[in-house]
Design a protein around this ligand. Structure first.
Ligand code: PLP
Length: 395
């Protein structure tokens, strides 16, 4: 059996996204900045995609800024809010300890420039507390940035409540919604979101394209100097085919969203129940307030990397953390943020299910993980120490 269960790392392009991409590459090749017909046609199609995307998140078309993906959108949102804050002498930013590195590394850079960053705890359930966030807001807070859905443990943050608190205090609110757009309902107006990042390849669109929603009136800075594309906020000839393909993918994902959620929730819960039968294992993140596609487990006494390699041999693609951290020996910052100890965080597995995952596949995954965990524990010196009582079990 071949099961792709790493959809939080990237997704396969949908048929509609591929068809749109091919059609545009062949037929909509003009430069949207050119004045003749084929250029203006490309411009029209570009604006069509912008309207389509804006409608889905309840924004105005002029509030959508196309980018090269989620990382660029995150960078631009944070650097813009910081620049605006600095002009008013406000240099305090609130975020969380388990954001994506596109956010965390940008915050590091801002700290080097004299900004003060408060990283809120996300507790053992992997969810930010709104009362703690509100208490952290100061006179000089210029930005709150909290992700909508965590990419490793899938926990869903109380974004609507956070938006309301930020609005009440007059603080800008950005959310990295890369794991949420196309999968959960988003209404930037109702949720009081000032800036939101999204990426096409997380909802069956192409890689290398995404967008930043910027509420009208919020000052934005361009990261790339050059032409006047995207109202002067993002120079460079627009990726027309990629953008149109992203709009097609998003429309389709949103159309199927309720159905996907209803189908996947029992499959996810079946896997969680099955993996819970493994001794000295634990689910990471809240069991209920989590994406219907996410399962994340820690197993004591094994190495996540070995587990992944053996799962691959059984045709299962999974991840031990985020793609950006696998390959490095540092344990996942997300798992450390929810209080997992280093040695336990190392033995972790993330499964992010595709829309077509079935109960039969769930059972195949459960059996494979059970077999491999027990096999790996068989020759793990750490496991031997644990079972012989020389070390104490954590899980
Ligand atoms: C994938 C991801 C990103 C990065 O998006 P790219 O388009 O790959 O740059 C940012 N934030 C989260 C939460 C993600 O899952």
């Amino acid at each position: 059996m071949n099961i792709y269960a790493d959809n939080a790392a990237t997704t396969k392009m949908s048929k509609a996204a591929i068809a749109t991409m091919l059609d545009y590459m062949e037929n909509v090749y003009g430069n949207p900045s050119s004045l003749y017909g084929i250029g203006q046609y490309a411009k029209e199609k570009l604006e069509e995609a912008r309207e389509q995307i804006a409608r889905i998140i309840n924004a105005q078309p002029r509030e959508i800024l196309f980018t090269s993906g989620g990382s660029e959108a995150d960078n631009q949102a944070l650097l813009s809010a910081a620049a605006a804050g600095e002009r008013k002498g406000k240099k305090h930013i609130i975020s969380t300890a388990f954001e994506h590195h596109a956010v965390l590394h940008t915050l590091k850079k801002l700290e080097e420039r004299g900004f003060e960053v408060t990283l809120l705890p996300v507790h053992t359930n992997g969810i930010v507390r709104v009362d703690e966030l509100e208490a952290a807001i100061r006179e000089d807070t210029c930005l709150v940035t909290v992700m909508t859905v965590n990419n490793e443990i899938g926990t869903i943050q109380p974004i609507t409540e956070i938006g309301a608190v930020c609005r009440r205090h007059g603080v800008l609110f950005h959310t990295d919604a890369v794991q949420a757009v196309g999968h959960l309902p988003i209404d930037v107006a109702a949720q009081n979101i000032d800036m939101l990042s999204a990426s096409a390849h997380k909802f069956h669109g192409p890689k290398g394209v995404g967008f930043l929603y910027v509420k009208k009136g919020v000052r934005i800075q361009n990261l790339i100097e050059g032409g006047a594309q995207e109202r002067g906020k993002r120079a460079g000839t627009e990726n027309v085919a990629g953008i149109a393909s992203m709009a097609a993918a998003l429309s389709e994902s949103v159309e199927n969203m309720e159905q996907t959620k209803a189908r996947l929730t029992p499959v996810r819960d079946r896997i969680i129940k099955g993996l819970n039968e493994i001794p000295h294992s634990a689910l990471n993140g809240d069991p209920d307030q989590r994406m219907y596609s996410n399962v994340n487990f820690s197993f004591e006494g094994i190495e996540g990397e070995s587990l992944l390699i053996l799962l691959d041999r059984k045709g299962i693609c999974a991840s031990s953390g985020s793609a950006c951290t696998s390959g490095s020996l540092d344990p996942s910052h997300v798992l450390l943020a929810i209080g997992r100890k280093h040695e336990v965080a190392h033995g972790s597995l993330r499964l992010s299910l595709g829309e077509d995952a079935t109960a039969e596949e769930a059972d195949y995954i459960i059996d494979a993980v059970k077999e491999i965990v027990s096999y790996l524990r068989g020759f793990s010196p750490v496991w031997r120490d644990l079972t012989e009582g020389k070390k104490e079990f954590i899980l």
